[in-house]
Design a protein around this ligand. Sequence first.
Ligand SMILES: Nc1ncnc2c1ncn2[C@@H]1O[C@H](COP(=O)(O)OP(=O)(O)OP(=O)(O)O)[C@@H](O)[C@H]1O
Ligand SMILES: [Mg+2]
Length: 264
Amino acid sequence: MSSTITSAHGSDTAGEALRGGAPTPATDPVLRAHQVRRSFSMGSRSLEILHGIDLTLHAGELVALVGASGAGKSTLLHILGVLDRPDDGKLEVGGRDVWSLSTNERARLRNLEIGFVFQFYHLLPELNAVENTLLPAMIELSWLEYQRAKKKLRARAVDMLVHFGLADRLEHRPGELSGGERQRVAMARALLQNPKILLADEPTGNLDSSTGETVLELLFEEQRRRQLAMILVTHDSRLADRCGRVLMMEDGIVQADSAHPVPD
Ligand SMILES: Nc1ncnc2c1ncn2[C@@H]1O[C@H](COP(=O)(O)OP(=O)(O)OP(=O)(O)O)[C@@H](O)[C@H]1O
Ligand SMILES: [Mg+2]
């Protein structure tokens, strides 16, 4: 079985100015999935969750990924973010076939090109806000390189945290931060390396509506300012309406909408 992710609604030109990022097929895609499949073993049987997904994402595009719980949105996002390997199919980031790279090259590409924001933050509890933000650089660089670049990197991390309203929380550990504050640290961490792609899996799913609103506005602002190619998983149709393109997943397949094929 094969499925193509298609737009659940298209994008009109007037709306595009207001909504995030219209598709820009003239540019090379920053991310492309081709016939991606993923199964999980359940005891003795294997259950296929993604049935051959095709997806293309261009620079500056803001795309919503919607669908019922269990449809496979997180599974797909983890594969697109190179956090999980597909059983079959191909993933290209910046034109490079991710799974044919060496382990080191792939780790580097993931670290530099892709930012990830999770529903439950995934911050390290023993590190403070600045240290959590610096994690991608700590992973990327050797000890010596990190020591040399530390001052500059720290200034960049602090700048971002201040921009996200956390000037008075720099030394706080996750356990001493509110949910919204934790998610803002996670956003700073995701953006530290100036990635071209930002993948956000229900980033406000664990926050009250007003805190969630603040976090989302910051996220949308960064998407516009940095011209990020961004996929936002959400259950909120109002949020999806603010995106340039909406992808609808259902049971590992995507609703076909021949009127709005995905540009590639
Ligand atoms: N590691 C795993 N092992 C077995 N099954 C899994 C695993 N990860 C996900 N699944 C199954 O794959 C299906 C899709 O899960 P996924 O988390 O991608 O859904 P989702 O669309 O993100 O749902 P939600 O909106 O609730 O977050 C679910 O039925 C889930 O049980
Ligand atoms: Mg999910």
